[in-house]
Design a protein around this ligand. Sequence first.
Ligand code: SOE
Length: 382
Amino acid sequence: MKKINTGVIGTGFIGPSHIEALRRLGYVNIIATADINKKVAKEKAEQLNVDKFYGDYKELLAEKSIEVVHVCTPNHLHYPIVKEVLLAGKHVVCEKPLAINPEQGRDLLKLVKKTGLVAAVHFNLRFYPLVQQAKAMIEAGEIGDILAINGSYQQDWLLYRTDYNWRLESEFSGKSRAVVDIGSHWLDMVEYISGIKIEKVYADFCTFFKTRKKPVKSIETYTGKILKSSDYKDIKINTEDYATVLLRFNNGAHGSMTVNQAAAGRKNRLAFELYGTKMSIAWNSENPNEMWIGKRDSKNELLIKDPSIMNSSVRQYSSYPGGHAEGFPDTSKQLFNNVYKQISAGKEPGFDFPTFEDGYRELILCDVIFDSALKEKWKEVK
Ligand code: SOE
């Protein structure tokens, strides 16, 4: 496969994980990184062994050799930066959420259609091998008609009042936090694997900590857990730590999703249970190499990830044989592989990855969920 040159903007928690996954593909050269803080940009470039680094992302966009740009900045910068990437004629992979409101998402989607460039959103969790297996089983009719989908996405990295990250401030993350940050993965995954769409929602939000203690110096996602700073200032929190959302799907199925970023002991657990007329399946991301299959008239099963017994259409998403666990870093590798193959293929469609249509869809869903929580009413997804 031809080598492709890439630049990565944003080097916090997720930028470096994009770089690692891209390097594992073997055909991507990381030409440059950019970070708003030039000193951080330099340190990260050294740590990540990237030759060029910039404090201003516009300089990275000016690099002629760069064909693809990954946007891994805080949420509020996705829209302006992605717009510039597309206008510079470069393909783009944007972190979720695509933007901070549906209007911005719609604008970006229009621009992608106009430019014909490849544009993906990093809903990487779709690419756990057994999530792909679940999708293949549902498509093959093995589960039957879907009756109900329930689940949650829970984490504990924001359990203490002293836990701080830019995501807590709506100026950077947008008006909703837990639903947009982790709920969007759940909503995307469930619609993706089930093939049915959410058409009505009723949401209940809670901000457990109305104020939090912000460290005076900035810290990266997750590193707050090991930071021993006694130097904090109080800030008001106006985004949700928790939400439960009732769901109605367009095939008549019912469902519910709970998200919680203050759930002690749940490190990063996306879980779904999908109940069909023939059988059920359940999976969670803290134990991603196992999928439970529930049956009424015979013994239940536990499917262990093993490409040799997975549906042939999704075997490609398992790079290692059974007994060799695959996890979070592998999901990005699989997603990027499809995106970059699409870039190499040119106009021909055919590779499966979350597009800007999907990114826009999540912005609409999250917006309707926010509105429902605010008005305490069922809301339709238009
Ligand atoms: C933080 O909550 C976060 O890093 C999310 O932003 C990611 O999308 C998720 O994969 C893990 O947690």
